[in-house]
Ligand binder design. Structure first.
Ligand code: G6P
Length: 368
């Protein structure tokens, strides 16, 4: 066939390992390497200064990419952003501002709910921009502006490389919007773009945690439930980590905002439920540490995903600490996505599930 597994046991493993390369290709499409400035490959048919609100609409993993994109657009461009599940967007009859922007994210470009939401947005006079991997797809064709992810064909049903490529496009789009709206200076832009250029190398470093994560997966495979916690962009990443695990290992997993732990899931904490905490050393690190203390005090086993600084500062007894590279805080999700994917993958391999074709799931869902 056109696409093979090379030397990997599963497409998913191959696709996880391809990320430094395809994320780098995607970045190269959206920046000018020589000047280290964002340079979108298309002219936008709207002016970011005139957009009052952005709606980001997608399903599954693409929805979580959009959720992270929301944090970036709000932070870097001071744009109010709503994130929506495609199947909810249409029927809620939310007030929409004519001339505002709706962004649709889809690997396949054929997801029925996302397509229906796109048509609905067009009917309501919104500008429509899609971020798609398959450029010949219906969503790509029907949206006013199309931004391509250069992930290449993704075969594993559980999305991995398409997700990080979606993040890369959203990161550059947020910088472009911040620039257009006068929220970012040229120095800000170069600093941020420079940070993005580092990402493929940092992703390769994150892939080096694989032997440690493989070992950890043997423990996770014994669990019935796993909780994932994070703050900031690590919150939607926690949702994605939990989704990956349940999709392919069939272990129940839940992602939660770390600060919300005390409002419910803390009741579930005991020695049998591992808690994956995504906590790079950033401005909310201390808060996440206090949430970890709440877990530890109840006998919970913590798997801490952090950097060297975070590992040194977190004086909590944790089951395992996975140390990820030091990097600028804004775009950490691109790098921390890797241990999430590896953990789900290796747990599924231990469980002996059909990793690339999990039961009941389809690569592209063309029914509403
Ligand atoms: C299915 C797949 C997921 C994917 C979602 C959205 O549920 O199993 O991996 O994230 O559809 O697909 P799309 O092609 O629109 O990104």
């Amino acid at each position: 066939s056109l696409v093979d597994k090379a030397n990997y046991r599963h497409f998913m493993a191959k696709e996880i390992h391809e990320q430094p390369e395809v994320v780098g290709h995607t970045l190269a499409r959206y920046i000018d390497m020589a000047t280290e400035r964002v340079s979108l490959p298309v002219d936008l048919p709207f002016d970011f200064r005139e957009i009052k609100r952005v709606s980001i609409i997608a399903c599954g993993t693409a929805n979580y990419a959009g959720y992270i994109g929301k944090y970036w657009l709000e932070r870097l461009a001071r744009l109010p952003v709503e994130i929506d599940i495609a199947s909810e967007f249409r029927y809620r009859e939310a007030p929409l501002g004519e001339g505002d922007l709706a962004i649709f994210i889809s690997q396949s470009g054929e997801t029925a709910d996302t397509l229906a939401a796109l048509r609905y947005a067009k009917q309501h006079g919104l500008h429509t921009l899609s971020i798609v991997n398959v450029t010949t797809s219906t969503i790509a064709r029907e949206s006013e502006t199309m931004l391509q992810t250069l992930a290449g064909p993704e075969i594993g049903v559980a999305s991995t490389k398409a997700f990080t490529c979606q993040l890369m496009v959203l990161a550059t789009l947020a910088i472009a919007a911040g620039k257009a709206r006068g929220e970012l200076s040229e120095e800000d832009e170069s600093r941020l773009v420079h940070g993005l250029i580092e990402i493929p190398r940092l992703m390769s470093e994150a892939l080096a945690t694989e032997p440690q994560i493989d070992k950890l997966a043997r423990e996770i495979a014994k669990s019935r439930d796993v909780l994932y916690l994070g703050r900031g962009t690590s919150y939607p990443l926690a949702l994605e980590g939990a989704l990956k695990l349940k999709e392919i290992s069939y272990i129940h997993a839940e992602g939660y905002a770390a600060g919300e732990l005390k409002h419910g899931p803390i009741a579930l904490i005991d020695e049998n439920m591992p808690v994956v905490v995504i906590a790079p050393y950033d401005r909310v690190f201390e808060k996440t540490v206090s949430n970890m203390q709440e877990v530890a005090a109840r006998g919970g086993n913590i798997i801490l995903m952090t950097d060297a600084k975070g590992a040194a500062e977190a004086t909590i007894e944790s089951l395992v600490t996975i140390i990820l590279p030091d990097m600028a805080a804004t775009f950490v999700a691109l790098v921390y996505a890797i241990p999430m994917q590896l953990l789900a993958y290796h747990t599924a391999v231990v469980m002996g599930t059909d990793v690339d074709q999990p039961r009941n799931l389809a690569k592209s869902v063309t029914v509403e």
